[in-house]
Design a protein around this ligand. Structure first.
Ligand SMILES: [Zn+2]
Length: 256
């Protein structure tokens, strides 16, 4: 299993929104320290997504609106590039986790909200599809919030299904995920929106660190049942910084 990260993701000044929790200073420090300290995961450095990559997912107008903010555009293009590299590695049989920001699952074709800019995960999937490398994908989003942007970007692709986890408690959410994965289709690739804001000390107040291991392991099991084992994940939300590292690490241990 590989981790995708670029040192530029530590820069917190890319967002002009003072209330952008995703861009909080030092947000990924604890996370990357936990993954690096673990010592099991090699870190790969991504390159920015190209304009052609972005255009498969977004309107010219949305891209132009982001380009008008050069720092945000550079960071968001790099985030999409991180998802692309993760998906390439997955296709080669190497599970991967892209530790990036800004996140992407609230970025639709024509606009974005909720700390998101470009639809990182969907951009990666559409690129593989355009290259004829995949025909189908299953997306699991376990962020506290629904991945409305991902759904919007992928809506013209019937073989790409998006499942958002749900449940009033951790046990219920995990059971619902287990049931859904048992009935999930045979696809060419599993893509995961990994958000950690449903954590007990975060906005959702629901999931414990061990639950992230369980979620990762259920997803790994599904990928194994697919036969090819291809899977990658990208970071979405997660704002309780003291425990973001151990939660992401727990997920990776399950997912690896
Ligand atoms: Zn969220």
């Amino acid at each position: 299993m590989r981790v995708i990260f670029h040192e530029d993701f530590h820069q917190s000044f890319y967002s002009e929104d003072a209330f952008d929790n995703g861009a909080a200073e030092g947000r990924l420090v604890n996370l990357m320290a936990a993954l690096r300290h673990d010592g099991r995961y090699d870190v790969d450095i991504p390159a920015p997504a190209t304009r052609a990559d972005l255009l498969r997912a977004h309107t010219e107008a949305h891209i132009a609106a982001i380009e008008a903010k050069p720092r945000l555009f550079a960071m968001a293009s790099l985030a999409a590039g991180a998802a692309i590299l993760a998906s390439d590695l997955a296709l080669q049989g190497e599970p991967s986790f892209a530790c990036l920001r800004p996140p992407g699952h609230h970025a639709s074709r024509a606009q974005a909200w909720g700390h998101c800019t470009f639809s990182n995960l969907a951009i990666a999937l559409l690129r593989l599809r355009a290259a004829g490398q995949i025909h189908s994908a299953f997306v699991v989003d376990f962020d506290l919030h629904t991945g409305d942007g991902t759904k919007d970007v992928l809506r013209g692709w019937p073989e790409a299904e998006v499942f958002n986890t749900y449940g009033d408690s951790a046990a219920e959410l995990i059971q619902n995920l287990e049931v859904r994965l048992k009935q999930a289709p045979q696809v060419d690739l599993l893509a995961v929106s990994a958000g950690f804001d449903a954590y007990i000390h975060d906005l959702g107040g629901k999931l414990a660190t061990d639950d992230y291991f369980t979620i990762g392991r259920l997803l790994q099991g599904y990928a194994i049942r697919l036969g090819h084992q291809r899977r990658f994940a990208v970071l979405e939300g997660g704002y309780y910084l003291p425990d973001l590292g151990k939660n992401a690490l727990a997920f990776c241990r399950g997912f690896e």
